[in-house]
Design a protein around this ligand. Structure first.
Ligand code: ADP
Ligand code: MG
Length: 279
């Protein structure tokens, strides 16, 4: 396991197994088996793999939403059930509360924490400014574009103040330009925070652009097959995508992923190929 020198393990998965029971046939479907991963404190880790390999399942166990079948998963050495407050989630198309303004959406987590009204307002405004949406504080979600809504979801999770951000293809539904802008914004925010990030994606370029390390998953059953260190300098901007080092990393990730794209899952293979060639 290649951990950043001197950094402390924040998240550790050891021999994690998850089997879904089929109520009708009494059979079970093993999704994760022998899943090992360690994420350092403050690290940006991307989890890359074809559709259906178990990426969301892993995040769901980590978020404490799905109990594992066996194996160990700890945050700061404790079981995830004890670490819920440290975790914040952003999913693809993460639903905002449609009846609440942008400001009120961002304040939600603070309300749950019992933060007083004036402080809530200040905090929410700070994070709305960070994601460039202060001018839209009194709008409702339906008045915003998809990219803006995803920004609100990010502001909301940041306002909640988790130590660990779990992101499941958060930019998957956005157009390419908005996606690149938000990747850049997310990096800017992360570079000024001490947060640990686990970012799930099926895009090779997105994984390399964002992460310190890319863990590549395969299926049958799902586990981490390889970890690639992304030694590109930071801060990163769009130009890095055209560097020789980036192109080499892309080829390496592609070579590692390709055998995982079974013919029965043609659409996943095509999507990854698009991402790869369309860079
Ligand atoms: P990914 O996020 O990598 O696309 P998922 O973790 O969503 O993959 O799913 C992995 C596998 O687990 C898939 O075969 C999926 O059909 C199956 N699966 C996911 N959730 C459930 C569930 N609640 N019950 C049964 N099978 C599930
Ligand atoms: Mg998924």
């Amino acid at each position: 396991m290649s951990e950043t020198a001197g950094a402390r393990d924040k998240i550790v998965a050891r021999n994690l197994t998850l089997a879904y029971a089929n109520q009708l046939t009494d059979a079970s479907h093993t999704v994760l088996d022998g899943f090992d991963l360690a994420v350092s404190e403050g690290e940006f880790l991307a989890l890359l793999g074809p559709s259906g390999c178990g990426k969301s399942t892993f995040l769901s166990i980590l978020a404490g939403l799905t109990p594992q079948t066996s194996g160990e998963l700890t945050v700061d050495g404790e079981p995830v059930s004890a670490a819920r407050q440290k975790l914040g989630l952003v999913f693809q198309g993460y639903a905002l509360f449609p009846w609440r303004t942008v400001r009120k959406n961002v304040e939600t987590g603070l309300e749950i924490r019992g933060v007083k009204r004036a402080q809530r307002r200040d905090e929410a405004e700070r994070f709305l400014r960070l994601v460039g949406l202060l001018d839209f504080a009194d709008h409702y979600p339906h008045q915003l574009s998809g990219g803006m809504r995803q920004r609100v979801a990010i502001a909301r999770v940041l306002a909640y103040g988790p130590e660990i951000l779990l992101m499941d293809e958060p930019f998957g539904a956005l157009d390419a330009q908005t996606r690149e802008l938000l990747q850049q914004e997310l990096l800017g925010i992360w570079e000024h925070s001490a947060k640990t990030v686990v970012f799930v994606t099926h895009s090779i370029d997105e994984a390399i652009f964002l992460a310190d390390r890319v863990a590549i998953m395969g299926r049958g059953p799902g586990r981490v097959r390889e970890i690639i260190d992304i030694d590109l300098p930071r801060p990163r901007d769009a130009a890095v995508r055209h560097s020789t080092a980036f192109v080499e990393l892309r080829q390496r990730a592609w070579a590692s992923l390709k055998p995982e794209l079974g013919s029965a899952h043609g659409s996943a293979a095509e999507r990854i190929t698009d991402t790869y060639t369309g860079a």
